[in-house]
Write a protein that binds this ligand. Structure first.
Ligand code: ADP
Length: 402
């Protein structure tokens, strides 16, 4: 890539009813545009964006029922209209893809065959992959002169050994049907693992870290010598930690109980486990961690239980990764909750005291709202807060093909 000019990448992240976009310089990380189209396919579909890192936020209603294609068309025809300099600086489009199965362990240039593989992976990510495909197809039409590159959430975890990625299920479910653990949030785990190695002043290839990406979705990853060797999400994002609305690990027999004894349909069970459980299910009020910590401060017993469960389960997962890694150089917190909740970090470090963690209260207070840092005292096992930057990893992955 020619670094003498300002070259940028358009990063697209299509969710089931949303589309996040950004234009980023993959080397400096500078953002020239960022925005979000929301409520896609619904009457209240809308789009908002801002130029630069602190430009004014602009908003517009999209036509009722607008989908990802309509949102991208609006981006190209309206938002970028008259922004010739920015359009000319684009050298690639990077698309985030949640699940690429076992097909991809690196970013890949899109062609029709790659699109077909994403289609084949729909059963592994039924909400996300169809939305990704809509975005990829529309963007290839609208930005036809640029290379389009897919960057997978699952790619970083393709280095997991079979002992970590297999389920104890009959062999044919894996070999004939791909039933295995894939893991998610790979770009984030990778980014913060590389940063942690930098902060530790050692090569990432010789660094062992446990990374906790805690947002509405949440997962932990054991990174050994810079490679993922285990992670808490599984074949789908439902496995592992307690999350905003997802239950994380439960006894699978609960599904049979709900169907056979309580008369739920399978769709209702799916809805309960994915959308009505986790922090929302236990607190009875909110899936938002700020609401949970506020509830704890106000003495709400259900919020307190949700907080206790979230921290206890997270600490247990982290502890189990000492088995995966042997030696742990640092623990890293990231994602909206990991980057901001002092209360959660303080509790988790307290639970991990047997592993030598001692909170640095001032350090913990200082590391929030985009500021990272060390949050444990000298001589303690090290824990960092590192703000994640998935868009930058996607932009860098895409720029390789420019
Ligand atoms: P997503 O997975 O949707 O990208 P984010 O990484 O943005 O989510 O994280 C969203 C979560 O971060 C929410 O539960 C939100 O309450 C939590 N969060 C954001 N700011 C704070 C804060 N100051 N204190 C506690 N939690 C916070």
């Amino acid at each position: 890539m020619d670094t003498s000019k300002n070259q940028t990448v358009l990063v697209l992240n299509c969710g089931s009813s949303s589309l996040k976009f950004a234009i980023i310089n993959p080397e400096s990380g500078q953002q020239y545009l960022s925005g979000l189209a929301e409520a896609l396919t619904l009457p209240e579909a809308q789009i908002s964006w801002r130029f630069g890192e602190d430009g004014d936020k602009q908003k517009a209603a999209l036509p009722s029922g607008a989908d990802h294609t309509a949102a991208l068309t609006f981006l190209e025809e309206q938002v970028l209209h008259g922004q010739q300099g920015l359009l000319d600086s684009l050298v690639a489009v990077g698309h985030r893809v949640v699940n690429g199965g076992e097909y991809f362990s690196e970013p890949v240039l899109v062609n029709d065959e790659v699109e077909q593989i994403i289609e084949k992976c729909i059963p592994l990510a039924p909400l996300h992959n169809p939305a990704h495909l809509l975005g990829i197809r529309a963007a290839r039409r609208l930005f036809s002169s640029l290379p389009h590159v897919l960057v997978f959430d699952t790619a970083f975890h393709q280095t997991m050994p079979a002992a970590a990625f297999r389920y104890a299920l009959p062999d044919e479910l894996y070999h004939e049907h791909g039933v295995r653990r894939y893991g998610m949030h790979g770009t984030s785990h990778y980014y913060v693992a590389v940063k942690a190695a930098e902060w530790l002043g050692q090569p990432v290839e010789e660094t062992n870290v446990i990374t906790a990406h805690l947002g509405n979705g949440a997962s932990v990853c054991a990174v050994k010598n810079g490679k993922s060797v285990d992670t808490s999400m599984g074949m789908t994002p439902l496995e592992g930690l307690m999350m905003g609305t997802r239950c994380g690990n439960v006894d699978p027999s609960i599904v049979f109980f709900m169907v056979d004894e309580l008369g739920y349909t399978l769709d209702q069970v799916k809805d309960v486990l994915n959308k009505k459980s986790g922090l929302l299910g236990i607190s009875g009020k909110t899936s938002d961690f700020r609401g949970i910590t506020q509830g704890v401060e106000e003495g709400d017993e259900n919020a307190k239980l949700a907080f206790d469960m979230f921290c206890y389960r997270l600490a247990k997962f982290i502890a189990s990764y000492y088995v995966s890694l042997g030696r742990v150089d640092a623990l890293v917190f990231t994602g909206g909750i990991g980057e901001n909740s002092l209360m959660m970090r303080s509790r988790v470090l307290e639970l991990l005291a047997p592993f030598g963690f001692v909170e640095d209260v001032k350090g913990n207070e200082a590391a929030r709202f985009g500021n990272g840092g060390l949050i444990t005292v000298a001589d303690s096992a090290k824990a960092f807060v590192i703000p994640t930057n998935e868009e930058l990893v996607i932009a860098q992955g895409a720029a390789r093909f420019a």
